[in-house]
Design a protein around this ligand. Structure first.
Ligand code: CO
Length: 189
């Protein structure tokens, strides 16, 4: 069905394995359209009705190469609960994100990771740095930012930033022993 949403490419597409180039600031009209397309897909994919109507796969994040654009842009959406227990969606849309520092300690999701570009399941732990600092241009705030992330947020950021180097989550899984213990790692359920 034709719709306004971007098309997500599978990992067999060459764009998923190519390195991305930095985006020039200020963003061109075309780069803005790419970013808006990523944001709209991820945000709407988390809305049950829209997801069902348009066949969107629920996403925590998306990177530009997944829609065939090898340029350094990613989007991450997190649910954040305020003091009253209201859940709010927080969108992080980053241009030219770079991990400038990270912890030696690892963390991983106990259930493993998934990716909209990877239709089949690859079981196993995906080691990620438990804490990272990312420098980027924040598309929504319209300024340079330094983000300190940990927990699930740090994992999703690393997953999306990996896409910009043509790296997929299953590249990190221990081939001989996918569930090998990761020494000192924080387990995230
Ligand atoms: Co992915």
């Amino acid at each position: 069905m034709e719709n306004k949403y971007v098309t997500i490419l599978p990992d067999t597409d060459k764009h998923l394995r190519e390195k991305c180039v930095d985006v020039r600031l200020p963003l061109s009209k075309k780069d803005k359209e790419v970013m808006e397309g990523l944001i709209q897909y991820v945000v709407d994919s988390r809305d049950k009705d829209l997801a069902e109507q348009y066949g969107l796969q629920a996403a925590s994040g998306l990177a530009a190469p997944q829609i065939g654009v090898n340029r350094n842009m990613i989007v991450v959406v997190m649910d954040e609960e305020d003091e009253e227990g209201n859940v709010e969606q927080v969108v992080t849309a980053l241009v030219n994100p770079k991990i400038v520092s990270y912890s030696e300690q690892y963390s991983y999701l106990s259930s493993g990771e998934g990716c909209l570009s990877v239709p089949e399941t690859h079981e196993g732990y995906v080691p990620r740095h438990a804490r990272i600092t990312v420098e980027a241009y924040d598309y929504l705030a319209k300024k340079k930012v330094k983000i300190r992330a940990k927990g699930y947020y740090a994992i999703v950021l690393q997953h999306e930033i990996d896409h910009l180097s043509g790296i997929l989550y299953y590249d990190h899984i221990n081939k001989n022993n996918p569930y090998a213990e990761i020494s000192g790692a924080i387990v995230i359920d």
